[in-house]
Ligand binder design. Structure first.
Ligand SMILES: Cc1cc2nc3c(=O)[nH]c(=O)nc-3n(C[C@H](O)[C@H](O)[C@H](O)COP(=O)(O)O)c2cc1C
Ligand code: SF4
Ligand code: SF4
Ligand code: FES
Length: 628
């Protein structure tokens, strides 16, 4: 065995796989993975870890392993996102399952010497429990991973996404084989209905039902589309799935195509996701080369092919009718529904559009059965859900939990709680279409209906944790700023209404709010919600309304007392040091860029407001909230 560090596919010659071939490839993979004296190093090659230097770490690893003559016993595998992005670059040593984190290229010689030559752990590079500070070497013992249930993300961090052999080795294309060779289109749909899978793109529409509508639509030409636009701020689940496990999404599309009898599919992916686009392109080419896409897939007599369509990165192009227009080569603007895409979609033909995460679940449902999938979750929300956990939380990354998990468990047990022991204020779910769940409702469970009851939505899975330093007026302003930038302008309520809302929120944040502004915001919200053409405008006011529902006192404080309780809105701050709270540490003094702060050891700091440029650096730096 040689070190395989390039990501080239070894299936260069085109050949057609059969079900028997799949079984042989699975055995070969298992033999490779469990070969005695073999080690596999899974190094994260997701966008997050690439950004923190994992390519340099991998290159150094390749060099060191070669220099030490370990090339026959060590296989280096570049994977997609492992999930624990905040700790990157990271790697996993198999079979010991030792997890190393925050690596630099210069750490590699020691790691190779100790771990690979002598079998000893390098303690300083291990994950440490934030409370006890004790190292936790084994991947499975780290709470962030131990409390998750990776079904959709079952291959994350353990396969090379650019190797179809790795994918097949882990049961890849078995679900497709079953669907194409053993099932009818009707029984595929029935299995999806039994699974209870609901669309993960936000609205939670039952996938089996959507497929049934398209199956029953008349027409010889139908399409299957994958929505990989992912425009919500704070969301990176779909990108990570495509980067880590692109064949899983292709399988979902093939099976959907068989269910409705479609011959062509498109993956609509924003061009800001170049790594995802590259890996999906490689997966498509590999699948074609092996007869897993194209003519007569797996000898079943069924034909289906997929192309990637790159979008320019407009949030509205995630909306289904706008997405289809964009693929047709027109400007991505929504149109009224009905007709629904299942009847008249792309080029007026019956079309299924599904989200990346939705499709990544399909092959496993075919393989293990709909009842297996439905065995996890709540009465109406089945299976697992992937969240992109970010914001003021210790463990930022990808989190997959069974439906029914309390939100508190995601934030504290998996997310590790709030940094610097601050208080949690709210969790924002569902991005610009969603809302915030305040600390008081943190025991709400992950379930489409339960989350809606507390004023948010499940959305596509962006979960932004906000601590007590978050100003909820400013948060609402942030989302509206995004929305009014992204409004396509086709309908007046969304184009003009969101702009008026944004102006109001900017005015309130600037300390110029007046009586009646809140009522005007509410009036605009209901008007836009009721009259906008598409989901973008119809949900644009949700972040404002949920902020008003739970944090109205903060709006009042801004307008009536001209105060920002969270001390976020620079226009409403005094820029004075509170002598009772100041612990005389001098951190504000060290950070001020214009030397506006006078401080001496054991003295309370003093701000010269004539010099101060209101940059807020001292607020960030002061650990005791002593600046008013
Ligand atoms: C403004 C807007 C943006 C959207 N963006 C996305 C997106 O990026 N990805 C996605 O899967 N669905 C997005 N949706 C939802 C899709 O229109 C559609 O419902 C979904 O792709 C259907 O797939 P599913 O049934 O698997 O969830 C968006 C909807 C709206 C109104
Ligand atoms: S609601 Fe907004 S995004 Fe949707 S069609 Fe109207 S203007 Fe365009
Ligand atoms: S706000 Fe900025 S300029 Fe003003 S005192 Fe603080 S650090 Fe200095
Ligand atoms: S990109 Fe490496 S863990 Fe997410």
């Amino acid at each position: 065995m040689t070190v395989q560090h390039d990501n080239a596919c070894c299936c260069t010659a085109a050949r057609r796989l059969t079900v028997d071939d799949l079984a042989v490839m699975r055995e070969e993979y298992a033999a490779r993975l469990h070969a005695p004296n073999m080690r596999h190093i899974f190094i994260c090659g997701g966008t997050g870890c690439h950004a923190t230097g994992s390519i340099a770490v991998k290159n150094r690893l390749v060099e060191e392993v070669a220099a030490r003559g370990l090339t026959d016993t060590v296989r280096i595998v570049e994977t997609g996102c492992n999930g624990f992005c905040a700790l990157g670059p990271l790697l996993l040593v198999h079979p010991e399952n030792i997890f190393y984190q925050k690596l630099a290229a210069d750490d590699i010689p020691e790691l190779v010497e100790e771990q690979l030559v002598h079998g000893r752990q390098v303690e300083r590079l291990l994950y440490r429990d934030p409370q006890t500070k004790k190292p936790i070497p084994h991947f499975g013992d780290i709470p962030f991973f131990a409390r998750q249930q990776p079904w959709t993300l079952r291959n994350k961090g353990v396969i090379n996404p650019e190797s179809v052999e790795d994918y097949i080795g882990r049961d890849g294309y078995r679900g497709t084989a079953r669907a194409l060779l053993e099932m009818t289109p009707e029984s595929i749909v029935q299995e999806m209905l039994t699974s209870g899978l609901r669309g993960r793109g936000g609205a939670g529409f039952p996938t089996g039902m959507k497929w049934q509508f398209a199956q029953r639509s008349a027409g010889d030409v139908k399409y299957v589309l994958c929505n990989a636009d992912e425009g919500d701020p704070g969301a990176f689940m779909d990108r990570s799935i495509l980067e880590a496990d692109p064949h899983a999404v292709l399988e979902g599309m093939i099976i959907a195509a068989r269910a409705i009898n479609a011959y062509q599919g498109y993956i609509y992916c924003r061009s800001e996701y170049p790594l995802a686009v590259r890996r999906v392109q490689i997966a498509i080419e590999q699948a074609r080369a092996l007869g897993l896409l194209g003519h007569n897939i797996l000898g079943s007599g069924f034909d289906f092919d997929v192309e990637i369509y790159q979008g320019a990165g407009a949030f509205v192009c995630g909306e289904e009718t706008a997405l289809m227009r964009s693929i047709e080569g027109k400007r991505g603007m929504p149109r009224p529904r009905p007709p629904f895409p299942a009847h008249k979609g792309l080029w007026e033909k019956p079309t299924i559009l599904n989200n990346v995460e939705t499709l990544a679940n399909v092959a496993q449902i075919m393989l293990n059965g709909g009842a297996w999938y439905a065995s996890v979750g709540t009465e109406k929300s089945k299976g697992t859900k992937v969240f992109a956990l970010s914001g003021d939380v210790n463990n930022i990354g990808l989190v997959e939990v069974p439906m029914g998990t309390p939100l508190r468990s995601i934030v504290y047990d998996i997310g590790g709680g709030i940094p610097k022991k601050r208080k949690l204020k709210a969790v924002q779910l569902g991005g610009p279409s969603g809302g915030c769940i305040p600390e008081a409702y943190l025991d709400v469970i992950i379930d489409y209906e339960e989350i809606a009851k507390v004023g948010a939505i499940m959305g596509s899975g962006g979960a932004i944790v906000m601590d007590d330093r978050t100003c909820m007026v400013d948060m609402a302003r942030f989302f509206l700023d995004f929305i009014q930038d992204e409004s396509c302008g086709k309908c007046t309520p969304c184009r003009e209404g969101t702009r008026r809302q944004l102006e109001l929120l900017e005015k309130i944040c600037a300390g110029k709010g007046e009586d009646g502004d809140i009522e005007l915001l509410e009036e605009l919200s209901s008007m836009i919600t009721e009259s906008a053409l598409c989901g973008l405008g119809q949900t644009a006011s949700n972040p404002v309304l949920s902020a008003l529902r739970y944090f109205r006192d903060e709006f009042d404080a801004h307008i009536k007392q001209k105060k920002c309780p969270a001390k976020r809105c620079a226009a409403l701050l005094d820029f004075t040091v509170n002598a009772d709270k100041c612990k005389k540490c001098g951190k504000c003094f060290q950070t001020c860029p214009v030397q506006a702060i006078a401080w001496q050891k054991k003295e309370v700091a003093v701000i010269n407001r004539d010099i101060c440029v209101r940059c807020m650096s001292c607020f960030e730096a002061c650990p005791f909230d002593a600046i008013d």
